[in-house]
Design a protein around this ligand. Sequence first.
Ligand SMILES: [Zn+2]
Length: 450
Amino acid sequence: MDKNERQEGQGQEKQQKSAIDRLNQGINLARDAKSTYEISKRVAKKLKRTKMASRGLSFASKEAQLAIRGAQLAIKGAAATVEIWGPIALIVGFIVLVIIIIIIIFTGVSAPPTCRGLTANPTTISNSIPAILTLENCSENVTYSWDLPQIGGTFSAPQGTTTSYTPPKVNSDQKIYIFVNVCSSSNQDNCSQYSTPQLTISKEDLFSCNGYCALGNRCESPDVAGQGTCPSEGQQRTCCRTNPGPGPTKCETNPTDCLKKELNILVGGNTTEEKRSDVYRLLSEVAAASRYKTLLKASGPTTLEFINDPTKGGGCPARVKPIGGGRSLLILYNYDLNGCYRTTRKSRLAHETGHIIRNGHMRLFQQFESQGYYPKDKSCYKIDNRFSPRYFINTYNTSFGASQGVSISGSNETLAEFIALSVIPSGGYPSRCTSGYNWVKKNIFDNYVF
Ligand SMILES: [Zn+2]
């Protein structure tokens, strides 16, 4: 490394760069000289050793030698740079490493706090049923900050060990997680995050409608619009209330009385007048068909019970149990005017009265089995080998029947479905099953058209 180079470079990097540049320059110079020499050689050969050629050749050769010497000098310079600065860089690197280790030891980077798992109770919640969230037994003193899910809501103690979370009212069930950040009290940057198990916000308690929720923006005649709101579930629904005016069979007194007098149904247990009234009203609409009404009354007295049993689920499930002497017990589970559509309730009741009529009129039922039931309308039936008889009208959900833990029969369920579908047709049924439909129309409904 010569004096000039040292003056040029102010830092190690610059000097190394300068040395490398010189090296590259030398190499390029050598390459140029070599190619000049080659060209000259070829020209000289062509000129067949004239004086000029020989002079040109010696010039090229001299230039090449000069360039090679320059390159050698540059390589030497670069090597010298590495010789000196290499060990210096190594020493500086080592010092920096020692400094970093000292900083780590003195500032104290410790493990984030750990706590015992986050608990949430209950896991199915609603605006009126908050979840109690607790995170305890942390490895050190910590501060808490509970994180609201995207859906919003409120915490009773956003910075507490225990807090209650109240979700907003929702239109449909929502699955959420809630997070809590716990940070070391001595170092707010040293934190851990915990998550609750999945919580479900139920749409329960969303609305209060003083009647039922009708599909669409019109109440079914003769009912009238009521007050309150209904869940939308993607479809427009209207809150409706029963028109106390003349209906298919007007109840002059109270629904319990009317159910007994008009339909021979005795209401047992405690339930609201509104629910009894609803059952009476829906059945009296079906009982506008006089033969059906006569058959239903003659099958009684039928006992009606309302039972709340969460294990039976929503959608107003129902069942009929024969109780001897051709009589039946009708159980309506979780009968909720807002929990299922009016048409669902009406269809369900019509279906169940089919079983009541069957229990009370076994000879009529046997006629159905021989004249209206499979195999005449083969295409409208499905087979479920778990049961006997095993042919069910396609609209019947055999899995649901089986889940109820009762033995079901294809002919019994099919008759009940024909009765329900005659009142509220669906998907082209029951008319897709000509034999069964015509039999039920004539023998149950006496050709009454709904
Ligand atoms: Zn049934």
